[in-house]
Write a protein that binds this ligand. Structure first.
Ligand SMILES: *[C@@H]1O[C@H](CO)[C@@H](O)[C@H](O)[C@H]1NC(C)=O
Ligand SMILES: *[C@@H]1O[C@H](CO)[C@@H](O)[C@H](O)[C@H]1NC(C)=O
Ligand SMILES: *[C@@H]1O[C@H](CO)[C@@H](O)[C@H](O)[C@H]1NC(C)=O
Length: 193
């Protein structure tokens, strides 16, 4: 429990620091952070900023979670017809610049198999993709159970069927997962000090 709080704090701090602009120039994305890990059954915050000088009327934004695994066509809607309004409730100030920020907090479902994904911000059919990695929900309990596979095998049996993913990639992911979890734990401890 303590651990997942640290994960959320670390993810939040990372999200604040990074910001990328869509090629269309219509919006920025400050979360998710590109190439960052997010944990299944936890919140994946999707935050975007609209620019004051861009007319967003008539622009439709959909946000999807899309598998990046080869041969997979898994795509889950995070948000359809997302908020493109520029009202005073969403207005924020950065120096002289006013922008409008909207956020969707997406709970990553248990059924999502761990692996590489992209969060696709689609404005008027033009996708802007942020690559992320989804870690198994059970991974945080691996720390205390020192490598016991009980938790992750349960997640794999429920979530594995969506993907044609093979066993070897899952083994690789487990190693990466432990590394990332360890790093996140370090970050959490550092923050606590
Ligand atoms: C959008 O992102 C760019 C690149 O990081 C940054 O320079 C700019 O200030 C951002 N604009 C807003 C309104 O957030
Ligand atoms: C992609 O989706 C279609 C329609 O649901 C399905 O028939 C097909 O098997 C899927 N392909 C893969 C590679 O998952
Ligand atoms: C804000 O606007 C004023 C007046 O146009 C300008 O002098 C100042 O440099 C601007 N500050 C920033 C941070 O852009």
């Amino acid at each position: 429990m303590k651990f997942s709080v640290a994960t959320i704090i670390a993810a939040t701090i990372a999200a604040v620091s990074a910001q990328v602009t869509a090629p269309t120039g219509v919006f920025n994305v400050s979360s998710p952070t590109p190439n960052s890990p997010y944990v299944a059954q936890q919140i994946l915050p999707c935050t975007y900023q609209l620019f004051q000088d861009v007319d967003t009327t008539g622009i439709t934004m959909n946000i999807n979670l899309v598998s990046a695994a080869a041969g997979s066509n898994v795509s889950l809607p995070i948000s359809t017809n997302s908020d493109m309004s520029k009202s005073s409730n969403s207005a924020k100030q950065n120096g002289n610049t006013t922008y409008y920020e909207h956020s969707v907090n997406y709970m990553i479902p248990t059924t999502v198999a761990p692996g590489d994904y992209k969060v696709s911000f689609v404005a008027n059919n033009a996708p802007f993709d942020i690559p992320i990695t989804i870690l198994p929900a059970a991974s945080s309990s691996l720390i205390s159970k020192s490598g016991s596979a009980t938790g992750s095998s349960g997640a794999a049996s429920t979530g594995g069927s969506i993907f044609t993913g093979s066993a070897p990639s899952r083994v690789n992911l487990d190693l990466t997962t432990k590394t990332l979890v360890a790093l996140t734990a370090v970050a959490g401890v550092a923050l606590a000090l």
